[in-house]
Design a protein around this ligand. Structure first.
Ligand code: DX5
Ligand code: ZN
Length: 217
């Protein structure tokens, strides 16, 4: 399977949200990446349930929901009802990560865990077999438009070795500062899903940027 591209709606024009969602529908993108921020786990607030409900009505592709919130268990069922196909919680936000992951799966979604840039990949050693996706943050979560942290390449290789060593299936997603400059290297290190916000939406021709990312491998 070729690399999946997940444009981050956080970088869309919220005054023209329907137009930007239709652009994702038309494009070669695979998923909608949805960033939910609570102003506590990260120093920013993005948008919540009513906005996601509106996106869901328009989106014709799977919703990849990235929760940057404390105690995400409170809302797992709600995000299932809102149509999330993949639900990702942060390792750093879950005291009982195993329980959270089981909770996501029992609500019919694929389970993802995100790691902040400082969190080592080996923290997932005893749970990797339960995961459908690991999201490696390549910026500190909270804002779009930040620059890519180079150490991510090493983390992808370590994570790929962990996944292969356990003979399990788990997608590696990269989130933050992804561009057509670093995409090829990310893919060659082992990335399966590339999230791209500002690189896509700040471009003159967003659909074209998605196409380039999709075919870069
Ligand atoms: C950051 C978010 C990202 C963000 C990526 O906290 O999780 O998904 O939207 O934006 P860019 O691609 O602009 O770094
Ligand atoms: Zn994200």
């Amino acid at each position: 399977m070729s690399v999946r591209i997940a444009p981050s709606v956080l970088a869309a024009d919220f005054g023209n949200l329907e137009r930007d969602c239709q652009m994702i529908n038309r494009s070669e993108a695979d998923w909608f990446h949805i960033d939910i921020m609570d102003g506590v786990f990260v120093p920013n607030i993005s948008f919540g349930m009513p906005v996601l409900a509106s996106i869901q009505k328009i989106a014709k592709k799977p919703l990849d929901v990235h929760l940057m919130i404390v105690n995400p268990d409170r809302y797992i069922k709600t995000f299932a009802e809102l149509g999330a196909e993949v639900l990702t919680v942060h390792y750093e936000a879950c005291d009982h990560l195993h329980r959270s992951v089981q909770n996501i799966k029992s609500n019919g979604m694929k389970a993802g865990v995100a790691l902040n840039p400082h969190t080592p990949v080996h923290s997932l050693e005893d749970i990797i077999e339960d995961l459908d996706l690991v999201c490696l943050m390549s910026v500190n979560p909270g804002f779009g438009g930040q620059s890519f942290i180079e150490n991510t390449y090493t983390k992808i290789k370590t994570l790929k070795a962990l996944i292969e060593g356990k003979k399990t299936n788990c997608l590696i997603e990269i989130d933050g500062g992804v561009t057509n400059e670093n995409a090829a290297k990310l893919i060659s290190c082992g990335a399966n899903v590339l999230v791209a916000g500002s690189h896509v939406f700040k471009a003159k021709h967003p659909e074209e940027k998605i196409k380039i990312l999709k075919h870069i491998a």
